[in-house]
Design a protein. Structure first.
Length: 168
């Protein structure tokens, strides 16, 4: 799939292609193992990165890429073998070097929420192996997607932290 920037971003979260659970991802509890939620979230973000023009071709031709700096996953409902999954991605914020995303994993045909992932990604100069600013053309694409996504209601769970429930 060639890397292209979407012509006009839609006022809705990015919807990744529907994915299937692979049999080797099911653990001894009979559901998707926690590690593979991250695999699926990562695949969905990679699809968005292609739309932004920052996928594998960008790394090869321009020497830039992204690294995940932080990730917070919430597991809300089990996913099982045979369940089709679709991930919705919001590009929430960005600065010259960082992207803040929020993803929801949903059952593709029934629509219920299985998990969320909130991430901070860093733009990297792969030759220097250091964090670096996005090129202007990429920054423009990112800004357009953020503007489109900001027109959509924010999903529940953004900014959550890990903590014990309050005892009142």
């Amino acid at each position: 799939m060639p890397e292209t920037a979407a012509s006009t971003p839609k006022a809705e979260p990015f919807r990744a292609a529907i994915m299937q659970i692979e049999p080797q991802w099911i653990d001894y509890n009979g559901h998707l193992n926690m590690a593979y939620y991250n695999v699926m979230f990562d695949r969905a973000v990679d699809q968005l990165w292609l739309e932004l023009g920052i996928g594998p071709t960008y790394m090869k031709e321009r020497g830039g890429s992204t690294f995940t700096a932080e990730c917070h996953v919430r597991y809300l409902r089990e996913i099982h073998l045979g369940d089709p999954v679709q991930i919705h991605v919001w590009l929430l914020e960005a600065d010259d070097k960082r992207l803040h995303t929020f993803e929801e994993m949903r059952h593709a045909s029934e629509g219920w929420l299985s998990a969320t992932s909130e991430n901070m990604s860093l733009h990297m100069d792969m030759n220097a192996r250091r964090v670096a600013p996005f090129p202007p053309d990429i920054s423009e694409r990112i800004a357009a997607v953020i503007k489109a996504h900001s027109a959509v209601a924010r999903p529940e769970g953004i900014g959550r932290n890990v903590a014990m429930p309050s005892k009142r």
